[in-house]
Design a protein around this ligand. Structure first.
Ligand code: HEM
Length: 505
């Protein structure tokens, strides 16, 4: 057949398409150069503009942390990290952090994108109306009256944990802090937040959920340094990508099982009371399952799953890590441990209880200082991200809208302008007179402003209870045959755990 017009029509379509693509490429490059040129004005130690820090970051380990300390000593306000064509503005001084916290609570950096297949669009990664609605909804789950009820659950879980430490003292074997405390943290979180009983502490120190989240994080941080794998589609074609998505699927399956079980219990209770009563205990999950605002808005299963997975991530590793690093530091500093022992003896020895009560929680000033110094010195939650929602002047220069900002808490907590001799573990930094003489935002373990950590009181109570219960019964020291090395994941952990030798008091 003969189509006389075809060659011309095809040529025109191809020409049109090329013009369209070409125009968009030029536009993107122009926008990219225009916005990135602004960031070229900020300080950086990047050796080159093409690959940036991609191939010369020392590693997500002790060397990487030493590098971060050197960086903040050299650039105490901020600096830019270049990941090929993706700059990240690192802020690590109260004055620069304050500007970011005040001007933007928007999420959506490429790190958030890497987090999404795992924790979805929960409180940590969402913003705008959705974040506002969910934050308002979930805030009552952390009210003091609710937290008070959890003190008993935390003590009952601590009973099992303390028993494990006492057994280690009896047998003379060393104990793995992260693994052992981690099981207790998981037990507490599931019981308090979701009324879910697993007996996980009694089943050993391994748990498939914990293992899955460790694998997910290992892969995620490795992917961070491989921008060519940022596309979920391309990543899912690789063996590592397949492993990552399999583990995410498992984690979501666990969340769904917990949700369905609790939903069935709530339905049963409602049926029994002819739908008149609300379930007796409104924990985190109950709130999500029964939420209905004045406009009749309820949450979908997907939304509840995202919040449960977020809650499990935000609430479990953080507490485990701080408690474990605090044990490490008191083991390393026997004089500090003795002062903790003295304080615990004075609170607990003359009383008729071994539990830490709600009232005791405000009566342990030295232990609280040790915990705060742990959060500064080890800074397990070492960063969080924002995207600038508008052009913003930071340290006298304009950072364009859309810039990815990393609020670097480890660097802030080792900034020599704020923390002299930052590698000395010294709880006295948190004596009231010393706090007074420091910038109010020199210490931000829970962030600040509208997106401050929702679980901070829950976390502080739990860490105090676990440490007080353990250290009241035993003395810990470091196992000299075991080297402790740090590794940076979403929180800073110990690569091969921390091994502690234990003796009964
Ligand atoms: C000592 C332990 C903890 C530390 C150091 C910590 C630290 C933080 C930080 C720095 C943020 C801000 C993150 C950001 O803006 O991207 C945050 C947010 C959050 N944390 Fe924690 N956290 C801890 C424990 C917990 C616990 C136990 C829970 C829940 C049980 C929790 C739930 C959350 C949630 C839901 C958010 C998101 C808040 C929002 O964006 O509205 N955290 N946390």
């Amino acid at each position: 057949m003969d189509f006389p017009l075809e060659p011309l029509a095809v040529k025109l379509v191809i020409l049109g398409l090329l013009t369209f693509v070409g125009f968009n490429v030029v536009l993107s490059i122009t926008r990219y150069v225009r916005s990135h040129r602004k960031l070229w004005k900020f300080p950086t130690d990047s050796p080159n503009r093409i690959f940036g820090h991609l191939f010369d970051y020392p590693g997500l380990n002790d060397e990487g942390l030493a590098y971060q300390r050197d960086l903040v000593a050299k650039f105490p306000m901020l600096s830019v990290m270049w990941m090929v064509n993706m700059p990240i503005l690192l802020v690590h001084h109260p004055s620069t952090l304050n500007i970011v916290l005040k001007s933007s609570n928007v999420k959506g950096t490429f790190m958030d994108k890497l987090l999404r297949p795992w924790i979805g669009d929960g409180l940590l990664t969402s913003h705008g109306d959705k974040w506002h609605r969910h934050r308002r909804l979930l805030t009552p789950a952390f009210h003091f009256d609710v937290l008070k009820r959890y003190v008993d659950i935390k003590n009952r879980c601590a009973d099992i944990l303390v028993r494990k430490f006492e057994e280690a003292a009896e047998t003379g074997t060393s104990i793995e802090a992260f693994h052992t405390v981690g099981m207790c943290g998981l037990d507490i979180l599931l019981k308090c937040g979701m009324s879910y009983e697993t007996h996980c502490q009694l089943l050993g120190n391994e748990h498939p959920y914990v293992e899955a989240t460790a694998i997910i994080q290992d892969i995620m941080v490795d992917r961070f340094f491989k921008p060519w794998l940022y596309s979920d589609f391309l990543f899912s074609l690789t063996p590592t990508g397949r492993k990552f998505f399999e583990q995410c699927k498992y984690v979501h399956h666990v969340a769904e099982t917990i949700i369905r079980k609790r939903q069935a219990e709530i339905d049963y209770q409602m049926q029994k009371s002819s739908g008149e009563e609300k379930p007796p205990c409104q924990d985190f999950l109950d709130i999500l399952l029964t939420a209905k605002d004045k406009d009749g808005f309820t949450l979908t299963l997907e939304e509840i799953k995202d919040e449960v997975t977020t809650f499990m991530f935000a609430g479990y590793e953080t507490v485990t890590s701080i408690t474990s690093w605090a044990l490490y530091s008191v083991a390393e500093h026997p004089d500090i441990q003795s002062r903790v022992h003295e304080e615990l003896d004075s609170v607990l020895n003359d009383s008729d209880h071994t539990d830490i009560t709600w009232e005791d929680l405000t009566n342990l000033p030295y232990l609280t200082m040790v915990i705060k110094e742990t959060m500064r010195f080890h800074s397990p939650v070492h960063f969080f991200h924002r995207v600038l929602s508008k052009d913003t002047v930071i340290d006298g220069k304009i950072a364009p809208a859309g810039t990815a900002v990393s609020c670097e808490l480890y660097n802030l907590h080792h900034n020599p302008l704020l923390w002299p001799n930052s590698m000395k573990f010294d709880p006295n930094r948190f004596l009231p007179e010393n706090i007074k003489s420091r910038h109010s935002r020199a210490f931000l373990p829970f962030s600040a402003g509208s997106r401050t950590c929702l679980g901070k009181n829950f976390a502080m109570n739990e860490i105090k209870i676990l440490l007080a219960r353990i250290l009241h019964r035993v003395t810990v020291r470091l196992d000299p045959d075991h080297k402790v090395e740090k590794c940076e994941r979403m929180v800073i952990k110990a690569k091969d755990d921390i091994r502690l030798l234990v003796s009964a008091r």
